[in-house]
Ligand binder design. Structure first.
Ligand SMILES: C[S@@+](CC[C@H](N)C(=O)[O-])C[C@H]1O[C@@H](n2cnc3c(N)ncnc32)[C@H](O)[C@@H]1O
Length: 248
């Protein structure tokens, strides 16, 4: 199966998927603490959360006194981020747009892109376009932390079919792997007999070498790599590929 070219437009929709599951929301403060330790920002510094989704990390950053801008394509998730910030009584600037078309110019001291919000496009040049936009958005010396699923782990633990039982529905997965990345089809089968929903998406797989090359091409110099938000070293067994990079 092939993923639609602009699959993100219908995938990131509350009727199908929301990245802010209760478990993911619970993890966000711990992840945010690790990220802020790496970024070493002063109070009031400007931080871009690129592909912030429902804002689970963005509100944590704002709680620490940073001037946070959350940027995302999904109007539904941005509305949720706005509600989350209001509930936590923190200011949060939210901008809707496509990650390939960032218009910022040296507005930020640091930027983050979290939870595999990268590698979605069929053209590799679109990933580079995104990273160049991040580099442009950063002030000279600004830091960028990116967290994606570790391609080496995905390939070594590849499963063509899988399923999970959740509270209200069964989650079915089918996947195929090519040289560039994986194509996954997710199907939600409601337990109440409702209509199953299916979406297919593409993820370009990155390992350390490939991510380093992409960052460098965009003018971002990789400084450190980690395999988890507890700071573990990157290894073939690591599920996450986290990189801290600096604008040259
Ligand atoms: C896996 S979710 C992660 C969200 C958030 N970072 C988190 O950790 O909860 C990926 C996010 O990327 C956003 N996204 C997907 N394609 C995009 C695009 N072309 N431009 C901007 N945002 C996009 C989605 O709307 C979604 O919020």
């Amino acid at each position: 199966m092939k993923a639609p070219r602009e699959w993100h437009k219908s995938f990131f929709d509350n009727s199908f998927y929301n990245p802010a599951s209760p478990a993911a929301v619970e993890q966000a403060p711990r992840e945010a603490r690790f990220i802020l330790k790496q970024l070493r920002l002063k109070k009031g510094a400007a931080l871009l959360d690129l592909c912030c989704g429902p804002g689970r990390h963005a509100v944590e950053f704002a709680k620490k006194g940073l001037a946070v801008t959350g940027y995302d394509f999904s109007a539904q998730y941005l509305a949720e981020a706005r509600r989350r910030a209001k509930k936590k009584k923190v200011p949060l600037r939210l901008v809707r747009g496509d990650m390939r078309r960032l218009k910022f110019k040296e507005n930020f001291d640091a930027a983050v892109n979290l939870f595999t919000s990268f590698g979605y496009f069929r053209k590799f040049s679109d990933d580079i376009k995104t990273l160049k936009g991040v580099a442009r958005a950063l002030r000279p010396g600004g830091l960028f932390l990116i967290d994606v699923v570790h391609g080496e782990f995905v390939r070594a633990n590849f499963r063509r079919r899988d399923w999970t039982e959740l509270e209200d529905y069964f989650h079915l997965e089918e996947a195929s792997a090519g040289p560039d990345g994986t194509v996954n089809t997710w199907t939600r089968v409601p337990k109440n007999g409702g209509r199953p929903l299916t979406r297919t998406f593409f993820t370009r797989l990155y390992n350390r070498a490939r991510l380093s090359a992409a960052l460098k091409k965009a003018g971002l110099e990789p400084l450190k790599f980690f395999g988890s938000f507890s700071g573990a070293a990157l290894s073939p067994k690591a599920v996450r590929l986290i990189c801290l990079a600096r604008k040259g």
